[in-house]
Design a protein around this ligand. Structure first.
Ligand code: ZN
Length: 148
């Protein structure tokens, strides 16, 4: 089977988030029939600190499917998930996680609390990092450079 990366869709969502003045992070959830949900950060717009791209995409995918788990589904996100999103990914039973840039400051997968390696983590997805890391990182760098 050919591997098809959906990181281009996640990057589009990240760019759109940046255009809305949000931290430019985008996420996509893919199942057997292709993309089921995609989202970018909306924490400012929604006045919601939990409105990270991953959370919004998981909510939309679960709503579309009418179920609380995404067993067998894959999540693509441009930035290493934070601890909150990593826990949500675990709870959603996401099969595979593909992410772009590492997040030394707030990441919860390969650094910090390393949620999926925790004894209390009941489901860990397969993790593939560094997918389109360069453009993902460039978006974030440009966004924060413009703020200064
Ligand atoms: Zn998050």
């Amino acid at each position: 089977m050919d591997f098809r990366s959906y990181m281009d869709v996640a990057l589009e969502e990240a760019r759109a988030a940046g255009g809305r003045g949000e931290v430019p992070v985008g996420a996509v959830i893919v199942g057997p029939a292709g993309v089921i949900a995609q989202a970018g950060n909306r924490t400012r717009e929604l006045h919601d600190p939990t409105a990270h791209a991953e959370i919004l995409a998981i909510r939309a995918a679960c709503a579309a499917l009418g179920q609380e788990r995404l067993t067998g589904y894959d999540l693509y996100v441009t930035l290493e998930p934070c601890p909150m999103c990593a826990a949500a990914i675990s709870n959603a039973r996401i099969a595979r996680l593909y992410y772009g840039a590492a997040d030394p400051k707030s990441g919860g997968v390969a650094q910090g609390p390393r949620i999926f390696q925790h004894a209390q983590c009941h489901h860990a997805p397969e993790v593939y990092d560094g997918i389109a890391a360069q453009p993902s990182e460039a978006l974030l760098k440009d966004f924060f450079a413009a703020k200064r």
